[in-house]
Design a protein around this ligand. Structure first.
Ligand code: PEP
Ligand code: MG
Length: 563
């Protein structure tokens, strides 16, 4: 059973707004599978002999490979390489030979393609490693060849011929290789929440985006869509002149936002630290160029996702030093210790075979059975801090009790560093005042706090209306935490995706949150939004969001208040 509320009977389609901005362009519908009707209608006996069928195969392969090559030419870096490799794989002579053999053996063309690809899948899978990873590409190629043969649109993201709004059930990271923001003016998905891959990609590319827009896949391809990534609406009835005027006004506003140069503060001068989330030295270097006062979340585990052995203290110190170095100029970096487990498995740390890994031994909990892992990481962080001279704060993920926070803080203080914990588990928010007796700061991870408060898997695309940080219950826990910080005169930041939502950022500040940490692409829109509103307006916005019946009502009320 799909648990989403039904779409409104009339008016615009509504979803969860993820990246602000207005766009108007025809819908480009992305289908994950080839239309079953087209496959069923395909005349399997239309070819006189195997050679004629093979000629049809060659034509289909040519079209598919050309499509990849065109996308490769428009892309750069890794994406271009992946697409060029796919073009080569589609034209592979061995694959053609396998298909020809099947045709000569009496298979019809669709069966021959399937059997040919299947043989390659078996071989690639047996080879393991990188070759096994290409199986997904092979299956993608098969679907595209079949689509060409039966005269259906190719599944996956096609090459847009002109400006478009990409409309999909949901998008995988591979779907977006080579996505060109100059042509793809907005992203709208039927499923997915604010922390889905689509949302993360859209935020990186700064493309207006609405997710969880139930009913959008039923629209006809080519329908002009007016997408509002702030309101979360998708309209099919806009007059072109009206739509173009809205797009122009939005572009003007976005240009104004892009010129924001910090530091973070409200219109009446209340300071709010605007910080960046980073994953490694290269993203830290990019963030260092943005108008940020530092890094509010360095996700250390992302450096180790493909490592089987724990790196030495020396190697770790080098990795952390590369992130600290760009901020040695009076700025600071909050390093999070390993958040391995659940959706981020790290071979040398994560436990195998847990029944429910999101509620299992992840984050700080890994150190209970393996304290050396945490000690060595803290030694490496301390070494990197000393070598770079950067002000370094350290926080632990997935903390649930005051005793855990106290033990962690003692280890961090022993190394002369500033100690904090993340607020991702409701128990930590509820006891924020006691946590602050043992740590120097708190940082609210709204992605997990939302997941655990609403008991809704953050990756579950059918639960987008629950995995929304605008849920009043989640906001209530944030308010409790921020108030504890105010009373203790200690910093309380937000480093989950909620901080990247300019409207929600104002709400968080109104609750008393002292820093906001986000993807570098969100820094200017958030900073500029804060500069437009007074602290009192933020407080009113916080009250409105907290007392709203649900996320949609909360967003509407805050938008009405802040304009
Ligand atoms: C969070 O949970 O909000 C957070 C910032 O951590 P992550 O997204 O890495 O789990
Ligand atoms: Mg988290």
């Amino acid at each position: 059973m799909v648990t989403q509320p039904p779409p409104a009977a009339a008016g615009p389609l509504r979803g969860t707004p993820v990246v602000p901005g207005v766009a108007y362009a025809p819908a480009l519908l992305v289908h994950a599978e080839v239309s079953p009707e087209a496959v069923a209608a395909f005349d399997r006996d239309q070819y006189a002999d195997a050679d004629q069928a093979l000629a049809a195969y060659d034509a289909a392969v040519g079209a598919v490979a050309d499509g990849f090559a065109r996308k490769a030419a428009a892309a750069s870096g890794d994406a271009a390489q992946v697409l060029t490799a796919s073009a080569g794989l589609a034209r592979d002579k061995g694959l053609r030979g396998a298909v020809r053999k099947q045709l000569r053996g009496g298979d019809d063309l669709l069966a021959a393609v399937h059997a040919g690809v299947d043989q390659f899948v078996t071989v690639f899978t047996g080879m393991g490693g990188l070759m096994a990873e290409r199986v997904t590409d092979l299956l993608d190629i098969e679907r595209r060849i079949v689509a060409r043969l039966v005269g259906a649109p190719e599944p996956g993201v096609g090459t847009p011929e002109g400006p478009c709004v990409l409309v999909a059930e949901d998008l995988a990271p591979s779907d977006t290789a080579g996505l060109d923001p100059a042509l793809v003016r907005a992203l709208v998905t039927e499923r997915g929440g604010p922390t889905s891959h689509t949302a993360i990609i859209a935020r990186q590319l700064a493309i207006p985006c609405v997710v969880g827009a139930v009913g959008v896949m039923a629209l006809e391809a080519g329908t002009p869509l007016l997408v509002d990534g702030t309101a979360g609406t998708v309209r099919t009835d806009a007059e072109p002149a009206e739509a173009e005027a809205r797009v122009a006004a939005d572009a003007e506003q976005r240009a104004a936002l892009a010129s924001w140069s910090g530091p973070g503060r409200t219109r009446d001068g209340v300071p709010v630290k605007v910080l960046a989330n980073v994953a490694d030295g290269s993203s830290a270097a990019t963030a260092g160029e943005a108008p940020v006062q530092g890094v509010g979340l360095f996700r250390t585990e992302l450096s180790f996702l493909n490592r089987t052995e724990e790196p030495s203290v020396e190697e770790q110190a080098g990795i952390y030093g590369a992130v600290l170095a760009p901020f040695r100029d009076e700025r600071y970096v909050v390093v999070r210790t390993l958040d391995a487990g659940s959706d981020k498995p790290v071979a040398f740390a994560t436990l195998e075979g847990e029944e429910n890994p999101a509620l299992g031994v992840r984050g700080l909990r890994l150190s209970f059975g393996n304290p050396g892992l945490l000690d060595r990481q803290l030694d490496a962080i301390a070494r990197a801090a000393a070598e770079t001279g950067t002000e370094t704060w350290v926080m632990a993920p997935m903390v649930a009790t005051v005793a855990e926070a106290a033990d962690f803080a003692a280890k961090v203080h022993d190394r002369g560093l500033v100690a904090g914990v993340m607020v991702e588990v409701p128990s930590t928010a509820l006891l924020a005042h006691r946590m602050l007796e043992v740590v120097d700061f708190l940082s609210i991870g709204t992605n997990d706090l939302t997941q655990y408060t609403m008991a809704a898997d953050r990756m579950a695309t059918d639960l987008a209306h629950l995995t929304d940080p605008w849920q009043p219950a989640v906001l209530q826990l944030i308010a409790i935490t921020a108030e504890a910080g105010r009373n203790a005169h200690k910093p309380v930041g937000v480093c989950g995706e909620a901080a990247a939502d300019p409207l929600l950022a104002c709400v968080l500040v109104g609750m008393g949150v002292t820093s906001l940490s986000m993807a570098a692409a969100a820094v200017r829109p958030v900073g500029a939004r804060l500069a437009q509103v007074t602290f009192e307006a933020c407080e009113e916005a916080a009250e409105a969001a907290l007392s709203a019946a649900d996320p949609v009502a909360g967003r509407d009320a805050v938008r009405a208040l802040l304009g």
